[in-house]
Design a protein around this ligand. Structure first.
Ligand code: SF4
Length: 363
């Protein structure tokens, strides 16, 4: 295990640079709504950013690994001077021992050798690429202005330089079918990123998608469909041992139905709903395999209990009915990994299920 892996997930200090360095206007984008920033400043203000980093660090519990992260724009699309200034600012926290690395998100078509040469002197650990889809038809309909091959090339170049790579994908994009989203997940998994984020497209006020929505040209995914599709995508990444570190946008004052979100699968616990769907599917598969219909016992970590039960205990009720089970007991066990559930039903079924990446068997 590398020292990086041993330290676990880093504390990420987010610095949002809404729309910075981006000449595009993707149909779903309204960065000021997502980040809550009132104006899309042309040039980030270093003093404001330093204050923001300081107050975030002061309010956070110490963690073994701290990353300063620039999100919300197209980091490498900014002028070389701004890129150097921001990396210099964040780099001072690393050299001063307050942080361990820097990460940023950028468009795939800005990951070029020349840009990476300029970044090389700074302690950048991770680059997140806004891929959104690997279906060129969907990318064109979404007015992304880059292709799937740009994403593949960007991942290859970043990996060749030793960066950790995250891929951001979206579901519910214009013209994107379920098959297209699943194919994108499979293609993304084949690129072997270090982690993935999945976001459902929302109809944000002020975005081009909002106009299409009003004219009946676009319909967002319903929550149930978005949860089920994301759960299937999580399965694809888990098979390849790729963690999905975020599902759904962070709930803020602006990101909730009735605020900047006009419609779409917006739920404050979207990730929990997806994990609940993944557990349900895993439990169903296990019961289908054995045809067990007696007494099911499920051992869970306390943090996982509500996911396994589902909202209002609906997973348990559904399993009981569908498999004619006499009883289902959910037993809390602190020693279990929160990603793991142990189940037992009669003599036939004793199994360990996992929600996250599945460890590959040795060949
Ligand atoms: S590339 Fe990113 S910041 Fe630019 S318009 Fe698209 S989603 Fe918004």
């Amino acid at each position: 295990m590398t020292a990086r892996a041993a330290a676990g997930r880093p504390l990420v200090v987010p610095v949002f640079l809404p729309h910075a360095g981006c000449p595009h206007r993707c149909v779903f984008c309204n960065q000021s709504a997502i980040t809550g920033a009132e104006s899309l400043s042309a040039r980030p203000d270093p003093d404001r950013i330093a204050r923001q980093i300081e107050s975030f660090l002061a309010a956070s519990r110490p963690r073994p690994l701290v990353h300063i992260a620039f999100y919300g724009g197209n980091f490498l699309g900014q002028t070389p001077q701004t890129v150097q200034e921001l990396l210099g600012l964040a780099g001072a926290y690393v050299s001063g021992g307050k942080a361990d690395g820097i990460r940023f998100s950028t468009r795939p078509d800005t990951v070029e050798k020349q840009n990476l040469d300029a970044v090389a002197p700074f302690p950048v650990d991770t680059v997140e690429i806004g891929a959104q889809s690997l279906d060129d038809r969907v990318l064109i309909r979404s007015r992304r202005g880059h292709s799937a091959s740009d994403t593949a090339a960007a991942v290859g170049l970043l990996k060749s330089r030793g960066y950790r790579v995250g891929l951001q994908l979206m579901i519910g994009l214009p013209g994107q079918s379920k098959d297209s989203a699943l194919a994108s997940a499979a293609q993304a998994a084949a690129l072997a990123p270090d982690f993935v984020r999945i976001y459902p497209a929302l109809v944000l006020a002020g975005s081009p998608l909002a106009r299409w929505y009003r004219r009946g040209r676009y319909r967002p995914l319903r929550l149930k469909t978005a949860v089920s599709l994301t759960a299937q995508m999580v399965g694809i990444f888990s098979e390849q041992c790729i963690p999905v570190v975020r599902m759904g946008l962070q709930a803020t004052e602006d990101i909730r139905p009735g605020s900047q979100v006009l419609d779409g699968p917006c739920h404050p616990a979207f990730g929990e709903l997806v994990r609940s769907a993944v557990w349900l599917q895993q439990l169903q598969d296990a019961l289908l395999d054995t045809g067990e219909n007696g007494r099911l016992r499920i051992w869970v970590h306390p943090r996982t209990e509500s996911q396994v039960r589902g909202q209002n205990n609906q997973n348990i009720a559904l399993l009981k009915k569908r498999y004619s089970l006499q009883t289902i007991s959910v037993i809390k066990e602190n020693s279990l990994d929160p990603e793991t559930v142990r189940i037992e039903a009669g003599e036939k079924l004793r199994r360990v299920l996992r929600c996250g990446p599945v460890k590959k068997r040795s060949p």
